[in-house]
Design a protein around this ligand. Structure first.
Ligand code: MTE
Length: 320
């Protein structure tokens, strides 16, 4: 992103592959919120689902082969071979190869800061405790490309609830693993590693914000942020931090990697907004990976109905 016009990357060809075709028969998220036990997610494409009671009216629905707007899912090959993960490479097409063999077990996620119930979870226990469900979301990168991805994840709000925020907590800070031996990009001192991100506490508690451990019914591959990454679909993709090891509640707005590097280009909020251009390019439209077509960018990436209330009264041009 910064100082490298990576948004000009060539479009990779759409690969219409079997997993996607198989996948198209699957049911959508949030219809009756099919909940899959974490253990069953592993390779359990459509298997062993238990219906759970939907807790609230869902406006984001889909039929399982498209998102709720009718946009087709991006092919598995594209989702797993066109990646931003600067810990491995600045080149999207190189990440998958370099991330192969990245060790995701053992893995712990520390939840702490301003909470009554701090806890360090082993990843297996975490995924057992918080049942995974499917969420088909658009991912809109700040570089003006986008995908539609069927994630498996659970609501970040559930984990925060378990941690019992103190009344002074106002923000959540996320940190990626720091391991330069495994992550060659971290040997470069031009970035303030490790990658960190942040959300306001009420954003983090919004039901659309999830922690994802899988996609297309399989455990995530390293290039997509295994074993656990954030997905905040109404914000630019850089907020959706990968391979998380720490989640802390704070009183002050946390510094984030991108806003520390280039505050005039990457704000803390980073809500998808076609009316607020990046200083170096327009955000009014985007290129969909796979079909390569340009389409208008939607306010809050098409999730305005769900999330605009979070920003009532805020000037979204200054709080970009
Ligand atoms: N998380 C970490 N730790 N490092 C990164 O470089 N890139 C971000 C985000 N999360 C990034 C990250 C950006 S810019 C985008 S667009 C998404 O991951 C891309 O996610 P994907 O490769 O799974 O599509």
């Amino acid at each position: 992103m910064i100082s490298r016009p990576v948004f000009h990357d060539k479009t990779i060809s759409a690969s219409e592959i079997t997993p996607e075709a198989v996948y198209r028969g699957r049911r959508a998220f949030l219809k009756t919120a099919a909940v899959v036990a974490a253990a069953a997610v592993v390779g359990a494409c459509g298997g062993q689902q238990t219906a759970s009671t939907p807790t609230r009216a869902a406006t984001v629905q889909s039929d399982g082969s498209t998102d709720e707007l009718g946009d087709a899912l991006t092919g598995y090959e594209d989702v797993t071979n066109y990646n931003n993960y600067y810990e491995f490479s600045f080149s999207k097409q190189e990440v998958a190869g370099l991330a192969q063999g990245f060790k995701t077990t053992p893995w712990t996620v520390e939840v702490g800061g301003l909470v009554q119930n701090p806890k360090t979870y082993g990843i297996e226990d975490l995924l057992k405790q918080f049942p995974q469900e499917e969420r088909i979301y658009r991912l809109r990168c700040v570089e003006a490309w986008s995908m539609v991805i069927p994630w498996q994840g659970f609501e970040l709000g559930a984990l925060i609830k378990e941690a019992q925020p103190m009344s002074s907590a106002r923000y959540v800070r996320f940190t990626t693993l720091y391991d330069p031996e495994q992550m060659p990009g971290q040997r470069s001192s031009s970035f303030p590693w490790p990658y960190t991100e942040g959300l306001r506490l009420d954003e983090a508690q919004h039901r659309l914000a999830i922690l994802a451990s899988g996609l297309y019914g399989k455990p995530s591959l390293p290039q997509n942020g295994a074993p656990l990454r954030l997905v905040v679909p109404w914000k630019y993709g850089f907020k959706s931090i990968k391979s998380i090891v720490k989640i802390e509640l704070t009183e002050e707005q946390p510094a984030t990697l991108w806003s520390a590097l280039a505050p005039n280009e990457y704000g803390f909020y980073a809500n998808v907004n076609p009316q607020v251009d990046h200083p170096r390019w327009s955000q009014s439209s985007e290129r969909r990976i796979g079909d390569g077509k340009r389409r208008p960018t939607l306010m809050f990436n098409g999730y305005a109905e769900e999330v605009s209330g979070l920003y009532a009264g805020m000037d979204l041009k200054t709080n970009y």
